[in-house]
Ligand binder design. Structure first.
Ligand code: SF4
Ligand code: FES
Length: 370
């Protein structure tokens, strides 16, 4: 008979579970789920060696193990600390952890521009959520923020280095998912930046996945830039036969227009496994070139479990109020309030915004171009 594996008992915020030896505190907390899960800005379970960079996942170990129940002298990064049998961990139950996390958020925001109103990641940015949940109301920082020379990463990916928090996820992705990495972190300390050293396009077939793993708006999709706010689009699950990747994606649609294609993500913002069991990384062709609804077999509305503005009002099981917008707004039709494009006299309604290459300019709507 196979020998039974010994499991470790760990208590996190007064909830006890059993996990396999070698499990990190963060992953043990994810097994419990809910509020006890520490936030993670650099750890990514699908990327080997990720974690240990951002310190947002700090927790207090109140007892190291049954054999040695002394507390750990400092807060530890839960993504890089493995559980021991009998370990007692405090996350939301520790005021010291909450205070430290507030400090970490302040550090992450020191050089981060407050450009959420014009950032394509707004609404699905992990730093935005983190600051909202753990940050302070105002900044104490009085000096100039860092600026960088602009690097062009090619036709698909836009780099805004000022927004980068140096989590290294995109570097690990290029290393582990593509067959050749051409970008990385250059320089040291305050000068560290994501770049290609000699200006180069990121054009590997799977490099678009760096957009999905980036927790902030440092790497965004050039084919979606400034086309729409993410919370106005409707995510649906879709698939196609693709000979390069799993072909299982999420389409971000408005009406019949496909504005953006991404991999499917779980409640931690990580790419889900595909139906074949491997991580659902998608190829550049599916992500950037298949922007017609007819390219895809649409499965239905995505079930977004992440707590975010992107889950506003468009998910299965939603209970809608009885009164319609028209009634509440004294007879004004909703499209007059929300969909300026379809009724605009300036921006021609027949021009599909998702089909314009790059950001839309006034020249796109000139009568000569129509
Ligand atoms: S560009 Fe994004 S994914 Fe890459 S290191 Fe910066 S924050 Fe992380
Ligand atoms: S998630 Fe643990 S240090 Fe970044």
């Amino acid at each position: 008979m196979a020998e039974e594996k010994k499991l470790f008992k760990v208590t996190i915020d007064n909830i006890t579970i059993e996990v396999e030896p070698g499990t990190s505190i963060l992953n043990a907390a994810r097994k419990i789920g809910g509020d006890v899960v520490p936030p993670a800005m650099c750890y990514y379970s699908k990327l080997k060696d990720s974690g240990g960079k951002c310190r947002t996942c700090l927790v207090r170990v109140a007892a190291g193990s049954t054999a040695d129940p002394r507390p750990m002298p400092k807060l530890v990064a839960s993504c890089r600390t493995n559980v021991m049998d009998g370990m007692i961990v405090e996350n939301i139950t520790s005021p010291a952890v909450q205070e430290a996390r507030k400090g970490v958020v302040e550090f992450l925001l020191i050089n981060h521009p407050l450009d959420c109103p014009i950032c394509d990641q707004a609404g699905e940015c992990h730093l935005q959520d983190l600051s909202y949940e753990h940050g302070a109301e105002s900044t104490r920082y009085e000096f100039n923020r860092r600026t960088f020379k602009k690097h062009d990463l090619g036709p698909y990916i836009q780099l805004h280095m000022t927004r980068c928090i140096l989590c290294y996820r995109c570097v690990f992705t290029a290393d582990q998912v593509t067959n050749k990495r051409v970008h990385g972190v250059l320089d040291r300390g305050d000068h560290s930046e994501i770049a290609t050293y000699i200006e180069k396009n990121l054009n590997n077939d799977f490099i678009g996945n760096v957009i999905d793993v980036c927790p902030v708006g440092a790497l965004t999709d050039k084919t979606f830039r400034f086309k729409n706010r993410v919370w106005f689009t409707k995510p649906v699950d879709a698939h196609r036969n693709c000979d390069k990747c799993c072909g299982e994606v999420q389409l971000w649609m408005r009406g019949d227009e496909v504005f953006r294609v991404t991999a499917r993500k779980d409640e931690y913002g990580e790419i889900k496994d595909s139906s074949k069991g491997s991580t659902g990384w998608i190829c550049n062709e599916c992500r950037f070139e298949k922007k017609n609804a007819s390219d895809w077999v649409i499965e239905g509305l995505s079930n977004i479990s992440r707590h975010s503005v992107i889950s506003q009002g468009k998910y299965p099981g939603l209970v809608k109020p009885n009164e319609t917008v028209v009634e509440v707004m004294n007879g004004h039709a909703p499209r007059l309030m929300m969909n300026i494009h379809s009724v605009s006299e300036v921006n021609k309604p027949e021009i599909e915004l998702s089909k314009i290459a790059g950001p839309a300019h006034s020249s796109d709507f000139n009568s000569n171009n129509a």
